[in-house]
Design a protein around this ligand. Structure first.
Ligand code: SAM
Ligand code: SF4
Ligand code: SF4
Length: 341
């Protein structure tokens, strides 16, 4: 196991398999046009599996496939089986917007995918149309049902709460999760790259989410998660026994225990969601670096890591968008949809 300058281990890796997406969520991809990563720069499945193996040798046990929309990547199940064959990975998960999940859920399960998280911001199709410019709400619901039908037991639902958009659906989403055997995790709206419409007043804090759910459902108790101290979500239980999570990345960042890093689809490795620059792993990989060379590069980089982006943002007084649109266009790797969330 290797540790960074704050003694945080390198434990989990989010792997973005594409920067393309079939939705245009307003908190992530609000612009009319985007600069995409060149197709030739995308890592092949063999390259992703090789890098993941090197990371596993350094202590990574958890890998989450993400994007963009990961299910847009052709034959994703083939990558899942390659990663599933790596015995050091204890947890292989996927985050998807669910639009294409009905078609692929069974194949992903058969390939060895362990867990699925589906992003679901609203129960109202007309809101999805307005907020994500998509009429495929029914497909998302079908995707959630298909995931459960395929045997994924712990389906999670991610909901970014945005004031004035879906903050009146918090209780309905918990009830939906209860009915469908899925745990909802509410995420505070973050001022990450890509969120060019972000403003502080649209953030609904953990405290406010708890207050609203308490008013609707009665007493709420915290569920300590001693087995996963680096998990970003804090979990809570209603009197009915239903559990839900909150990821308070804006008001109560969890950088102190952050063991996550991110690999973009073109092989750029980011040590923090907010990091301005990443480390190019594709170039050495394609130039013939050995596993030992890659391991040394990753080890040395992680040992120098001092990132705590969300905590630093807490100290910014006039907090607005992280990057203006011109700065995002100049480097698409700053985008949330390139970093994988
Ligand atoms: N397209 C897939 C999806 O939406 O699930 C995977 C990629 S998406 C970038 C990963 C996660 O990031 C999603 O759950 C999404 O809700 C979250 N996300 C994107 N922009 C965000 C923002 N500004 N604040 C908080 N979460 C955000
Ligand atoms: Fe929405 Fe995910 Fe696509 Fe971003 S990458 S626009 S969060 S579906
Ligand atoms: Fe980890 Fe950076 Fe997010 Fe903090 S802001 S939790 S260091 S990725």
């Amino acid at each position: 196991m290797i540790r960074d300058r704050f003694a945080r281990p390198l434990g989990s890796l989010r792997v973005s398999v594409t920067d393309r997406c079939n939705l245009r969520c307003r908190y992530c991809m609000p612009e009319a046009e985007y600069v995409w990563l060149p197709k030739s720069s995308l890592l092949t499945f063999e390259e992703i599996a090789r890098l993941t193996g090197v990371f596993a040798g350094l202590g990574v046990t958890k890998v989450r496939l993400t994007g963009g929309e990961p299910l847009l990547r052709h034959e994703l199940a083939a990558l899942v089986s390659m990663l599933h064959a790596e015995p050091r990975l204890a947890d292989l998960a996927l985050t998807t917007n669910g639009v294409l999940l009905e078609r692929f859920a069974a194949a992903l399960k058969a390939a060895g995918l362990g867990r699925v998280t589906v992003s679901l911001d609203t129960l109202r199709p007309e809101r999805m149309q307005e907020f994500a410019r998509s009429g495929r709400h029914a497909d998302v619901l079908a995707g959630i049902a298909a995931a459960r039908g395929a045997g994924f037991e712990r389906v999670k639902l991610n909901t970014v709460v945005v004031r004035g958009f879906n903050d009146d659906e918090i209780a309905d989403l918990v009830a939906f999760g209860e009915r469908h055997g899925a745990e909802v995790r509410f995420i505070e709206y973050m001022d990450v790259g890509g969120a060019t419409r972000w403003s502080r007043d649209q953030v609904v804090s953990r405290a406010e989410i708890l207050e609203r759910l308490g008013a609707q459902f009665g007493p709420i108790t915290a569920v300590p998660d001693r087995d996963h101290p680096a998990a970003p979500a804090e979990r809570f239980r209603l009197a009915s026994g239903t559990t839900f999570g909150i990821i308070a990345s804006v008001t109560a960042p969890f950088c102190a225990s952050c063991d996550r890093s991110r690999l973009t689809a073109d092989g750029t490795w980011f040590l923090c969601l907010y990091a301005a620059k990443g480390i190019d792993l594709r170039e050495p990989l394609r130039a013939g670096a050995s596993d030992a060379d890659l391991e040394a590069l990753i080890r040395e980089t992680w040992q120098g890591r001092a990132d705590r982006g969300a905590e630093e943002r807490l100290g910014v007084r006039e907090r607005g968008v992280l990057y203006p649109i011109e700065a995002l266009r100049a480097d698409p790797r700053r985008e949330m949809h390139t970093r994988g969330g």
